[in-house]
Design a protein around this ligand. Structure first.
Ligand code: ATP
Length: 356
């Protein structure tokens, strides 16, 4: 198990700043995700870790070792990329053994380690098949075994599941977590799929324009985004413009067109002065619907439209000029029960106050 230390790493491509003095410390054995909008620098950071890009400045350490200027093959990092091209003419076992042959590992050890790697991804039974005789998920597992067999110090994954359908993705993501934890491998994982990250990450970083906007555990980032950009990027949310009118014991009072909200600051270090313009973020599933007016954080309105999806109903809730998105689990307010005036309310801890 090694830590990965990234200190003040910058990388430009001509006029484009891909990474901007980025600092990040990944813990030994951690399954760490990089997320962010297209072009934010995720892949560039991963390629710097792999050794395919050299930072213009800054340092990258694997454990104690400075690897900033080491070529990829001397870093001993296992990599699985989006296009995990397997050798089509080689069997599964030959594909996995290839990296060991290149390293001139003696035959007996090569056989043992290859078998272990195939076992780790539960592919022992398919060892003699050719790639075209495998499903997408099985091919993906071969790619993972190929990365594991060389006993890497860390694992670098770039959209490793993007070629799979939804069901296989969900299956494989649990598989990846199991393998990483079993081998205690420090893993850095780049994805566009937030659900993938929320489901299996120990921690994640949300990036924008070559910087880290927020770093934390999935639950922290989802429930308490520190900026409006993070709130918008991770999951769905309602952002309601308002103005600070007071605050007491950590809670903030915000006047908005739909109601006076009691909420909490997204970034606990942010100072929100009375009169300051802010955005209130409320996730769609945090609302509750009722006929009677609740005591706090209550918005009066009506359901204008509903998408009924069985376990959940997605409502468009209209209050005056404003519109909110509400998700109701185990839906009650559908059909005739949805008609007429209603109240939508939310707990103060689910109301996140952010700088605009
Ligand atoms: P995506 O999610 O679309 O893969 P990303 O977050 O991985 O995006 P990067 O691929 O790291 O983003 O790119 C960061 C920025 O650097 C982008 O503006 C991109 O156009 C630019 N960039 C990346 N590689 C190169 C290159 N080889 N030459 C020029 N510009 C590059």
């Amino acid at each position: 198990m090694i830590s990965i230390g990234i200190q003040k790493v910058s990388k430009r491509f001509g006029a484009t700043v891909a990474l901007e003095a980025l600092d990040l410390a990944i813990q030994p054995g951690e399954l760490f995700f990089l997320l962010g909008p297209s072009g934010c620098g995720k892949t560039t950071l991963l390629r710097c870790l792999a050794g395919f890009e050299r930072p213009d400045s800054g340092t990258i350490r694997f454990g104690e070792q400075d690897v900033t200027r080491l070529p990829p093959h001397e870093r001993n990092a296992g990599m699985v990329f989006q296009s995990y091209a397997l050798w089509p003419h080689m069997s599964v076992v030959e594909n996995v053994a290839f990296g060991l042959e290149e390293r001139r590992v003696p035959a007996a050890e090569l056989e043992r380690r290859t078998a272990q790697a195939l076992e780790a991804v539960q592919l022992g039974a398919l060892a003699e098949r050719k790639p075209h005789q495998l499903s997408g998920g099985q091919q993906q597992r071969v790619a993972l075994a190929r990365a594991l067999v060389v006993r890497p110090r860390c694992l670098l994954l770039d959209e490793p599941l993007s070629n799979l359908d939804a069901r296989l993705r969900a299956e494989m993501r649990s598989e990846i977590r199991r393998v990483c934890k079993q081998h205690q491998l420090t893993t850095v994982y780049v994805t566009h799929d937030q659900k993938e990250a929320l489901a299996i990450a120990d921690r994640m970083a949300v990036m924008e324009a070559g910087r880290i906007l927020q770093l934390g555990m999935p639950r922290e980032i989802y429930a308490r985004p520190a900026t409006a950009t993070v709130a918008r990027f991770i999951g769905e949310t309602n952002l309601i413009a308002g103005r600070i009118v007071g605050g007491e014991s950590g809670r903030l009072l915000v006047d908005t067109p739909v109601c006076r909200f009691h909420g909490l600051a997204g970034d606990p270090n942010e100072v929100h002065r009375r009169g300051a313009e802010v955005l209130v973020s409320v996730r769609p599933e945090c609302w509750r619907l009722a006929r009677q007016q609740p005591a706090m954080n209550a918005v009066r309105g009506r359901i204008a439209e509903t998408a009924y999806l069985g376990e959940v109903a997605q409502h468009r809730f209209v209050s005056g000029e404003s519109e909110l998105k509400l998700f109701e689990l185990n839906p009650r307010f559908v059909g005739t029960a949805a008609q007429g005036e209603l109240w939508a309310s939310v707990d103060p801890e689910d109301v996140v106050v952010l700088k605009p």
